[in-house]
Ligand binder design. Sequence first.
Ligand SMILES: NC(=O)C1=CN([C@@H]2O[C@H](COP(=O)(O)OP(=O)(O)OC[C@H]3O[C@@H](n4cnc5c(N)ncnc54)[C@H](O)[C@@H]3O)[C@@H](O)[C@H]2O)C=CC1
Ligand SMILES: O=C(O)[C@@H]1CCC=N1
Length: 273
Amino acid sequence: MKLQDSNIAFIGAGNMTEAIVRGLLDAGEVEAGRICVSDVDPGRRALFSESIGVEALEDNRAAAESADAVLLAVKPQILGSVLEELSGSPVEDKLVISIAAGVRTRTIEEGLRARTRVVRVMPNTPALIGRGAAAYAAGRAATEADTAFAAAVMQSVGVAVPMGEEALDAVTALSGSGPAYVFYLLEAMLDAAKTMGLPDPESRKLALATVKGAADLMGESGEDAAVLRARVTSPGGTTEAALGELERAGVKDAVIRAMHAAEQRSKELAGDG
Ligand SMILES: NC(=O)C1=CN([C@@H]2O[C@H](COP(=O)(O)OP(=O)(O)OC[C@H]3O[C@@H](n4cnc5c(N)ncnc54)[C@H](O)[C@@H]3O)[C@@H](O)[C@H]2O)C=CC1
Ligand SMILES: O=C(O)[C@@H]1CCC=N1
């Protein structure tokens, strides 16, 4: 099954579906006519049909039945009711890709049929601009072609790496939730810049170039974060003054605790936390 020749249905047309669909369309990987979404919220349906230009239905079964691959993108807490709705339909014979945090491929197979081909993916919102980071794991009945298809969807909107399913809760804590940690840091940096009297558009430009530049420097140099940090930190200088505050506030420990909390929450959403 080739990405370009396949019809894909997204069940749940929220933020993550919007990021993936816009990313796929912008990348020119899939024609708009091959994408269909379904959502209970008329506002979301209107956004997809009017602004994004893809078919948007209220009926999940109808959306899924006309597709070759069905991507489940509702909140984990309501995935069970959506699986009930889809069970006993032709969806059970299609490739089912789930992006729901925590929910195991086994749970989806049990909600549909044991032999339903399931691939679980953990994406993130920068998929919207083709810079997403995703990991994926196959369920019991998924074939290599199914995994390759799910990988192709995610690779068209960023990087995608295969992982054992047991690693996906930790991946959720790292890259699934990760953009929020970076935005949190940016919020704080820009709040501080404002209190120092820096003008808004310029601060934003400088802060964004700093975050992107730092990430790219680490990627291109292959150096560890600690080595690059040391190169910024002159003895007795400004960075040392700043990092001293972060260390006293326990920021590094807090980030580590935050990621463990996210991983734990992912396990709880699976029902085995
Ligand atoms: N937002 C993110 O950064 C990421 C989200 N995810 C996962 O993606 C999934 C969706 O998350 P978001 O897009 O952030 O949530 P969201 O709340 O923005 O979207 C969920 C959508 O599902 C719709 N919905 C609710 N009940 C429905 C039903 N019975 N049938 C059809 N549609 C229904 C809602 O109206 C809403 O538009 C979740 O399972 C989440 O764990 C995974 C990785 C990253
Ligand atoms: O917050 C959440 O549960 C979802 C999963 C990863 C990012 N957003």
